[in-house]
Structure formats: structure tokens, C-alpha cells
Ligand binder design. Structure first.
Ligand SMILES: Nc1ncnc2c1ncn2[C@@H]1O[C@H](COP(=O)(O)OP(=O)(O)OP(=O)(O)O)[C@@H](O)[C@H]1O
Length: 261
């Protein structure tokens, strides 16, 4: 049995009094890439926020285990080094240069008020180069296009060098070559033992992962290998058979079904 890197155990989450997640249990194996998919409003981003510790405790039941320890028991700094996060629509750092934004990923590694080390600079450089964002390192995030800023934010998440990386719609605004690059980056991370969990709407990319968690109306309805026909059947069902999963050149694809048949 592979070890679990991060797990949601019987998680129920509310916003005000509205239930959003209903008793979700999902265990993410170490050194694997899992995509979370499901219809709009299914609770994908909410589950990712819970996994990351961003959900208010008073509106949460159940818990998250990170490397076998309850998330809330992790010392903050250690947790920030162990768990990296790429969220959606982040604007808090808009006035900073791309370089400084990527350097924020190194904060958990730096002593209080200390300057970045040579290693911090080297890691930031490598990460900005990996996401092809190095060329605009001196430009403020606010001046970049949607895809350009996404690549800087990805570099920031990579710069943490965490063992667990959670990403919410990481492909937002990325053109196809950069989507392919993102997949290569994820595959390289996973090959080094990193656990990657990504919420994705691009189902054909999501199917390239190792495993797939399917959410519907705040519940986990399927969790299985991306190559498993049972996963394909669950995926088609959750999207009301408006997609079909097919194989082309050894890759699984989700094709829209435009004809009623
Ligand atoms: N702050 C909030 N106030 C009220 N309802 C919320 C809030 N945040 C999320 N919700 C509701 O929780 C449900 C799950 O939202 P969530 O963003 O997790 O879904 P999702 O699966 O990521 O959706 P999408 O695919 O559209 O991004 C939705 O019905 C949403 O309207």
C-alpha cells in the first residue's frame, strides 16, 4: 500500500449555515498526481482550501492529516515548508515584481527578517525559468497577462519545494504549449516523490494524472486510477454523459458529446 501524504477524513464544511462538503474522505498517495474534477459548484476548490488549512475551523467537521499528523498540530513554519498552494485569482501581490512574488515561496525557508540566501536566489531563478517567466522578472505582476501571471504564481508555489503541492485550476489562462509544460513539470515533481493534487476543468489533462477524485454536490463519488474504466464511467456519469472518454495514441481524452445518442 502506498503511504498517504495528505488526507481529508470525513470532512464536512459550511459557509455561513450552508453545507458545502458532506463527509468527504479522500486520501492522496505519496508521490502521485491526483486530479480533482467535477461539475461547477461541486466543492472542488472548497476541498482544496480545507486540505490547505484555509477553511475556518468553526465551519468545519472532520479533519486533515498531513503526513499522518493532524494539520492543525503542525508548527506553522514546518507546515508552510511541507505544503505549498497555488490558489485562484490571487491579487494580493500585484504591486510586487515577478521575482519578488516568486521569492515569497522561499519565506518558510528564511530566518525572521533575514535576506534571501544564495540558495533562495538560485531556487527562484530555476523556478521562474522552469515556468518560462524569467524574462519578465522585473515587471510587476499587475502588468502581466493572465497566463503570464499564472506562470509566476506557479513559480512561487514551486519555489517552496514542498513535498505536497495543491493547485486550484493551475491551467487557467495557459495556452496549450504552457499547459503541456505544466504537465512536464508535474511529472518531474512526481518522479522526485512530490505529491501533487490539482483541481482541473481540462478533463483531458486531468486524465493524464495517476488518480482522479470525482466530486459531485459536495460528495466524493469516485476515487480511482485514471486508466481504470470504472473512473471513465464515473467521469462520464458525473457530466451527464455529455462527454465520452476515448483513447488516442495511448492517452485518455474526454471529448464533448454534441449529438444526443
Ligand atoms: N463564500 C461563499 N458563500 C456562499 N457560497 C459559497 C461560498 N464559497 C463557495 N460557495 C458555494 O459552495 C459550493 C462549492 O463551491 P466551490 O467553489 O468549492 O465549487 P467548485 O467545484 O470549485 O466550482 P467551480 O467548478 O465552479 O470552480 C458552490 O455551490 C458555491 O456557490
Amino acid at each position: 500500500m502506498p503511504q498517504t501524504a495528505i488526507a481529508a477524513e470525513q470532512v464536512s464544511a459550511r459557509v455561513h449555515r450552508k453545507p458545502i462538503l458532506h463527509g468527504v474522505t479522500a486520501r492522496f498517495a505519496t508521490g502521485r498526481w491526483t486530479s480533482i474534477v467535477g461539475p461547477n459548484g461541486a466543492g472542488k476548490s472548497s476541498l482544496l482550501k480545507v486540505l490547505c488549512g484555509l477553511w475556518p475551523a468553526h465551519a468545519l467537521q472532520g479533519g486533515v492529516q498531513l503526513q499522518g499528523q493532524p494539520l492543525q498540530r503542525w508548527p506553522r513554519r514546518e507546515r508552510a515548508r511541507a505544503l505549498a498552494w497555488l490558489g485562484q485569482n490571487e491579487t494580493a501581490t500585484d504591486e510586487l515584481t515577478s521575482y519578488d512574488v516568486a521569492m515569497l515561496g522561499r519565506l518558510p525557508h528564511q530566518a525572521w527578517l533575514a535576506s534571501p540566501s544564495d540558495e533562495d536566489h538560485a531556487v527562484v531563478r530555476r523556478c521562474l525559468q522552469a515556468t518560462q517567466a524569467w524574462d519578465w522578472r522585473h515587471r510587476p505582476l499587475a502588468e502581466l497577462s493572465g497566463g503570464e501571471r499564472q506562470r509566476v504564481l506557479l513559480a512561487r508555489a514551486l519555489a517552496v519545494q514542498a513535498k505536497v503541492l495543491l493547485m486550484d485550476e493551475p491551467l487557467a489562462n495557459l495556452d496549450p504549449p504552457h499547459q503541456a509544460d505544466w504537465m512536464l513539470i508535474v511529472r518531474a515533481l512526481v518522479a522526485r516523490g512530490t505529491t501533487v493534487v490539482s483541481v482541473l476543468h481540462e478533463l483531458s489533462v486531468a486524465l493524464q494524472a495517476d488518480d482522479m477524485l470525482i466530486l459531485q454536490a459536495g460528495r466524493a463519488v469516485h476515487h480511482g486510477a485514471c486508466a481504470d474504466p470504472a473512473t471513465h464511467a464515473a467521469l462520464e456519469a458525473v457530466f451527464e454523459h455529455r462527454i465520452q472518454v476515448r483513447q488516442l495514441d495511448g492517452q485518455w481524452l474526454a471529448l464533448p458529446r454534441t449529438m444526443r445518442n
